[in-house]
Design a protein around this ligand. Structure first.
Ligand code: NAD
Length: 280
């Protein structure tokens, strides 16, 4: 397919490379000069959206998607009727439904398709992808999702992918806090941390966060995979989503507060496992 891909960051770069690898014709755009072998780079989002069957974005936050589509990027205006637009960023479900409604007026179907699995999953093409929007557009784009991920879930109508992703983020952040707290206790009590890692991962308290980020913490590796500032953004979105539904969310309120403190401490560009350093 002819694809425009906007946002070549930690995630977007390997995801776009996997689409090239699968034989698709890619035009890419990032506000920093970045290129991918086998793809043509353009400077403006509107040029990545023109004459494409599918346009994909992988951007940090809701205002970035709005700016690329309807603001200075002007990508929406360059899409023709019949184009499918897929936003794979993690952004507000409410804003997503509004973007989809505005694009539908010009005959563009939008899928919201946020991902989970980190930079490693993006590189290996094993992401989990949660997709909202029309089933027809989903079926049409399934080969693209299969080039980037291995667990593709159709979540339901527009916004459902983002809603599912926020559930994922609320659960993931609480698991990470649990791992951080456990490792602080283990460290302060003089236990051998490698032994603690393998003992806990084999039992009922094991988790993806414990196994993957716990081992990075023990190794002193606080580089990003998933940046503190993006984790804090997702918890803000999750908190807003709980509030919109009138639900109490003490765990999400706590993790949001702690990640906000981590941001204020200057850890925003570190990986989310650097939550551990909040207490250093
Ligand atoms: P990133 O900051 O590394 O990449 C974002 C890219 O978008 C950057 O290269 C930036 O230059 C570009 N960009 C921003 N505004 C732009 C504009 N107006 N025009 C063109 N390019 C623009 O972020 P990331 O880690 O790749 O994450 C992207 C999205 O995926 C976020 O919503 C994040 O929450 C989500 N996500 C990230 C991970 C992860 O592990 N990193 C995992 C799952 C989901």
């Amino acid at each position: 397919m002819k694809i425009g891909f906007i946002g070549l960051g930690i995630m977007g770069m390997p995801m776009a490379a996997n689409l090239v690898q699968a034989g698709h014709d890619l035009v890419t755009c990032d506000r920093q000069p970045k290129t991918i072998d086998g793809a043509r780079a353009v400077a403006a989002p509107m040029d990545a959206a023109r004459d494409r069957d599918v346009v994909i974005s992988m951007l940090p936050d809701t205002p970035d998607v709005n700016d690329v589509l309807f603001g200075s990027g002007a990508a929406a205006g360059a899409m023709h009727a019949g184009t499918v637009y897929i936003d794979m960023s993690t952004v507000s479900p409410v804003a997503t439904m509004d973007f989809a409604r505005r694009l539908s007026v010009q005959g563009v179907a939008m899928l919201d398709a946020p991902v989970s699995g980190g930079d490693l999953g993006a590189r290996k093409g094993t992401l989990s992808i949660m997709v909202g929007g029309s089933k027809e557009a989903f079926d049409h784009c399934l080969p693209l999702f299969q080039a980037m991920g291995s667990n593709i879930v159709y979540a339901g109508e527009s916004g459902s992918g983002q809603k599912m992703k926020l559930v994922n983020q609320a659960v993931g952040a609480l698991n990470l806090l649990a791992a951080v707290e456990g490792l602080r206790l283990a460290s302060a009590s003089g236990l051998d941390l490698e032994t603690v890692l393998s003992a806990v991962s084999a039992g009922a308290a094991g988790s993806w966060m414990w196994s993957n980020l716990g081992s990075k913490i023990v190794a002193g590796d606080f580089s990003a995979g998933f940046m503190i500032r993006l984790q804090q953004k997702d918890l803000r979105l999750a908190r807003e989503f709980f509030e919109q539904l009138g639900l109490d969310a003490p765990g999400t309120a706590l993790t949001y507060e702690l990640f906000t403190q981590a941001l204020e401490k200057g850890l925003g560009l570190d990986g989310n496992q650097a939550l551990y350093r909040l207490w250093e």
